[in-house]
Every structure is written in structure tokens, then in C-alpha cells.
Design a protein around this ligand. Structure first.
Ligand code: ARG
Length: 460
């Protein structure tokens, strides 16, 4: 049993805080994650205090050395943050008091836990954003490599999960590239709003001490400084924006996961996920399951929950700080870790997938998804598109009824539907011709996909 420790705010009270109430309100198990940020923030604050002659240089030196030792103690596990200390800020301050005595309390001169926790959170967010951006960069690299490798592989493109038109597999991978590129831009844009120091706002109204907030900002390498001390301690918009960006990343991954799960199924059988990223069944020996993709899809729900939690925690909160805001950390940490680990594992899994090119090319070559080619063929021979669509529809229903395929049907039969058909129809019905007949910007033709790959490489 650890010895009873003093809470930072206890002196005004005549009765000790109820133990169950303390256990209920303690955030140590969650916010211990912030110990490095907390120590970095305290060192900057104390450095500023000493430069401004608010505390003596010698005391500042003792405090900073003590804090550096505590960082080491926590990182090596010799100091284990205990819930009785209420939060990580108190863990560190109490330990500092054990080491250097009452001058430890000077780390709180002109600072409250309100601006302290806001500072820690912003430092954590800056690190998280950079880590997720790095993970996205690796994913984008794999996607362009895949696009390059499969740029001339023709697969089915879908709408409504119905085979729609043949496309270059490179085109498909680049669609995801663009989604994750936007995710990266969102985080980059958000970074500007995160990169603002709230330190020096104190509890919310400012301080009577002559703090140099500009100097603390500089020491902590924040780009900007808060404008208003009330807002500085009350703002959690950045967490909401961050968790929202994580939710969108997860939504993108989840859509991709769904494609991979379907495409690797026996029914589709377009794609192989390597054994290193699949699992078996304990009872059905033939099974090979895409569990990693399924888990990413499932974790998307968790991250959406984090976003809903954040929005709901902040809704209707009166200014300025309220203890409710301590509840921001579980969703923040969960969203950050889940998004980061999901992007990373997905990237690795994706690298270890391969398209079944031979199977797909034989399927595409005979498929009804070439029907659009027939309609466009007729349009090129001057038939109005509406008529061409109707004629092609009749051909499709004939093909289905008679059990033939579009390329196998004779010219004679085609001519019973329209006398505009000629031998050259069969060239148009080749999947490669279909893909390369696309002439528009950003389309699926090999030439367009190659241009898109070049552009994507410059955007990794
Ligand atoms: N653990 C608290 C949090 O994370 C720190 C701020 C406490 N401030 C207060 N006035 N009780 O929000």
C-alpha cells in the first residue's frame, strides 16, 4: 500500500477526499501517456520563470534536473504513476517534492493545471499528427507502387457492387491514393491550429506574475500564441477536428478493407492476401479469413464512437474549464493509436496482396460489362445515345437468354439488332481497347493512368 499523498487542492477542506471519489476522478491510468509532454511543458515554464527572475536561477536548475530524472524514472519503469495522485501532473509534482522539497511547488507559479493540460494535449497532438502523416506517406507509396505494377492489368470496375466497366487496376489503386492524400492534407491543415501555445493562460483569466508567454511559446516550439486566455484553456476543437480526421481515415480504410475482403473471397476470387496476413478457422480447416481487414473495418466503429464522445462531452459546456474535459483523453488517445496502427498494418497487408491477373483477364474478356462499348460503338456510327442504349439492352438480354457472350456472338446476330454493326465491333469489345478508348481527364486509359502515376509520385 503506497503512503497517502497530498492532493494539490486539499488545504481548503477539513475532511479528506473520499477514496472512492478519488478513484472515480483519477485520470492517471489514462493521462500517464502525457508524462513526456508534461515534463517538457514544465521545463519550458520554469526556464521562462527563471529568465524573468520570477524564481531564482539556482532553484530553476534544481527543478529542471529533478524533472529530467523523473522522466527517466517513468520511462524505465522505476516510477510507476499511481492513481492516488489524481493525474499525471500531480504524480510528477509530488515526486519532485520528494526529491527537492517544497521548491518543487514553484513549477506551478503562474500556471494552472488548466493551461498545463492544454499545453500537454497540444504537444501530444503535434506528435500524433506527424506520426499518422508518416504512416499515410508509407501507405501512399505502396499505393503508387501497386498502381505502377498493375497499371496494365484490367479488372472490373463496380457501381452498386455490380460489374460496371473494365478499368485499369492502377486507376483503382490511385483512387485510394487520392483519398489518403486528402487525409494527409486535412492533418496538415489542422496542424496550423494545433501549433498554438496555450501556456500562460493560467487557470483561465491570466496571472498577476509577469509571465513571458511568448518565451514559453518559443521554448516549446509552438508556431503561434493564444489570443485569449479563456479560450486557451477551454478549446477542445482541435481534438474534435483530429478525431474527425482520424474517423475519415478509418472510413477510407474500411471501404478499402471491404473491397479486399470481398475480392479475396471464394465467390470473387480476384485477389490473394498472403498467408502472413490471414487467419484460419479453429473448426473449418479450409478457411482463410481476411481478419486484419475485418478488424480495421471494425475499429472504424470505435473511432466514430470517439468522435461522438468528444462532440457530446463539449456540447453545452459553460466557459471556461470544466472537469468534464478530462474525459477528452480516452477518445483522443484511442483515436490516435487506432488510426495510426490501422494505417500501418493495412499498408503492410496491402503490400502482401496480389491480383489474380490471369483469372481476371479471362473473366473480363467475356463479361457483359463490355456492353457500354457496344452502345458507344453505335453512337460513333451516329446513332443517338438513347437508341444505342436501347439496342444494346436488347443485345444484353439476348446474350443472357441464349447463354453466349458478347465477343462470341456472330456479326450476323449483331446485325439483327442494328445494321450499323461491322467487323470492327470485335476490336471495340477487347477489354484493353475498351479501357484505352477513354479519352477524358483522369480516366482509366493506360495513358491517363500513367499520367496520374507521375502526378501521384510528386504528391507522396
Ligand atoms: N486532470 C485534469 C484534466 O485532464 C487536469 C486539469 C484539472 N483542473 C482542474 N481545475 N481540476 O482535465
Amino acid at each position: 500500500m503506497s503512503k497517502k499523498k497530498e492532493l494539490l487542492w486539499q488545504s481548503r477542506f477539513s475532511e479528506p477526499f473520499d477514496r472512492e471519489a478519488l478513484l472515480f476522478s483519477s485520470s492517471v491510468d489514462v493521462d500517464k501517456e502525457l508524462y513526456q509532454e508534461d515534463i517538457t511543458g514544465s521545463i519550458a515554464h520554469v526556464t521562462m520563470l527563471s529568465e524573468e527572475a520570477i524564481i531564482p536561477a539556482e532553484e530553476a536548475r534544481l527543478i529542471i534536473e529533478g524533472l529530467q530524472e523523473i522522466e527517466e524514472e517513468i520511462s524505465t519503469g522505476s516510477l510507476v504513476p499511481h492513481w492516488e495522485d489524481e493525474d499525471i501532473h500531480t504524480v510528477i509534482e509530488n515526486r519532485l517534492k520528494e526529491k527537492i522539497g517544497p521548491i518543487a511547488g514553484k513549477i506551478h507559479s503562474g500556471r494552472s493545471r488548466n493551461d498545463q493540460v492544454a499545453t500537454d494535449t497540444r504537444l501530444y497532438l503535434k506528435r500524433s499528427i506527424e506520426e499518422i502523416r508518416q504512416a499515410l506517406k508509407e501507405l501512399k507509396t505502396v499505393l503508387v507502387d501497386k498502381a505502377e505494377a498493375y497499371r496494365r492489368t484490367i479488372i472490373f470496375g463496380y457501381t452498386h457492387l455490380q460489374r460496371a466497366q473494365p478499368i485499369s487496376a492502377g486507376h483503382y489503386y490511385l483512387a485510394y491514393f487520392n483519398m489518403f492524400d486528402r487525409d494527409n492534407q486535412r492533418l496538415q491543415d489542422l496542424y496550423k491550429r494545433v501549433d498554438i501555445s496555450p501556456l500562460g493562460a493560467a487557470a483561465f483569466a491570466g496571472s498577476t506574475l509577469a509571465l513571458n508567454a511568448e518565451r514559453s511559446r518559443d521554448l516549446l516550439e509552438f508556431e503561434g500564441l493564444f489570443h485569449n486566455s479563456i479560450d486557451a484553456v477551454s478549446d477542445r476543437d482541435i481534438i474534435i477536428e483530429f478525431v474527425s480526421a482520424c474517423s475519415i481515415i478509418m472510413m477510407h480504410l474500411s471501404r478499402f478493407a471491404e473491397d479486399l475482403i470481398l475480392w479475396s473471397s471464394y465467390e470473387f476470387n480476384y485477389l490473394e492476401i498472403s498467408d502472413a496476413f490471414a487467419t484460419g478457422s479453429s473448426i473449418m480447416p479450409q478457411k482463410k479469413n481476411a481478419d486484419i481487414a475485418e478488424l480495421v473495418r471494425g475499429k472504424t466503429g470505435r473511432v466514430y464512437g470517439d468522435l461522438m464522445a468528444m462532440l457530446t462531452i463539449m456540447k453545452g459546456l459553460p466557459l471556461s474549464y470544466n472537469r468534464d474535459m478530462q474525459e477528452d483523453k480516452p477518445p483522443l488517445f484511442d483515436a490516435s493509436k487506432t488510426a495510426r496502427s490501422s494505417v500501418r498494418i493495412f499498408t503492410k497487408m496491402l503490400e502482401n496482396t496480389s491480383i489474380k491477373e490471369n483469372r481476371l483477364s479471362s473473366l473480363v474478356a467475356k463479361d457483359l460489362s463490355l456492353a457500354t462499348e457496344i452502345a458507344e460503338y453505335l453512337v460513333q456510327k451516329n446513332m443517338p445515345f438513347r437508341d444505342a442504349h436501347r439496342v444494346t439492352g436488347k443485345i444484353v438480354s439476348h446474350v443472357i437468354e441464349s447463354g453466349t457472350t458478347l465477343p462470341d456472338m456472330t456479326l450476323e446476330t449483331y446485325r439483327t439488332f442494328s445494321d450499323l454493326f461491322d467487323e470492327d465491333l470485335y476490336d471495340a469489345l477487347k477489354p484493353e481497347a475498351s479501357v484505352n478508348a477513354k479519352k477524358t481527364h483522369g480516366s482509366t486509359s493506360f495513358a491517363s493512368v500513367e499520367e496520374q502515376i507521375i502526378s501521384a509520385r510528386t504528391r507522396i
